[in-house]
Design a protein. Structure first.
Length: 234
């Protein structure tokens, strides 16, 4: 019986000794921290304000455009540094609102023509893109990316998957929505440099398209941009 007690005491003592060594060894502690805090900004959610640069005076946009984008990213850390490269897949939906102005989406012509109209109380133009986001990232705290300063520059390669106009007239029970879906005026591909600056799970985000929204000779050569916040995690 005494032999069993002595053996148990020896095993318990060895366990406590190993735990003490791990707690006092910075390299082991760092490795444990990296396992416990593996966040690589896997999920990204962006809430943005949308607009068009190089907009001609003939376009009467109003208010604050609203946008939403989300993406799943895979992060490739650059060893022995605070940098990484990330690529992923996402969806980006942007809305721009107009003041007493409509677009001829119902017509079969080859050009998007904006014309004055008071038929609708609210009128918006919506685009949706499937995106391939690419980023070079910097993390001030590469042991726990949910804390510390972070920054990223990159680009979004977008494929247009939808566009429509929506006019709202009337109010209350007599409210009427007029929605017209068409992609024939819109560029199929877009390329937009991006930037993020923030702390922890929240960043300020911006993107600016180098590709005009409308095809050549199919509409005004406006350049979409977005400014907002980005929430990251996991």
């Amino acid at each position: 019986m005494k032999k069993y007690i002595a053996l148990m005491a020896l095993l318990i003592g060895s366990g406590y000794s190993s735990m003490a060594q791990n707690a006092t060894n910075p390299e082991i502690a760092d490795k444990r921290t990296m396992v416990e805090k593996p966040s690589r900004d896997f999920l990204m959610i962006k809430l943005t304000s949308s607009g068009w640069a190089d907009q001609p005076d003939s376009l009467n946009t109003k208010g604050i455009g609203r946008g939403f984008a989300t993406s799943i990213m895979y992060d490739f850390p650059i060893k022995k540094s605070h940098f990484s490269f990330a690529a992923g897949l996402g969806i980006n939906v942007q809305n721009v609102f107009f003041d007493k102005q409509n677009i001829n989406f119902k017509d079969t012509g080859s050009q998007a023509i904006f014309f004055t109209s008071s038929a609708y109380k609210r009128y918006k133009f919506t685009t949706a893109h499937l995106e391939l986001p690419l980023e070079i990232r910097f993390f001030g705290n590469n042991k726990n990316r949910n804390r510390g300063f972070k920054a990223a520059i990159g680009t979004n390669v977008g494929l247009n998957v939808g566009a429509h106009t929506k006019g709202v007239s009337g109010s209350g029970g007599s409210k009427f929505n007029d929605k017209v879906v068409s992609k024939r005026f819109i560029q199929q591909w877009s390329f937009s440099p991006t930037m993020r600056l923030g702390y922890g799970n929240f960043s300020v985000y911006g993107s600016y398209s180098l590709t005009p929204l409308f095809k050549e000779n199919a509409g005004p050569q406006v350049l979409p941009y977005s400014i907002g916040i980005c929430i990251t995690g996991l």
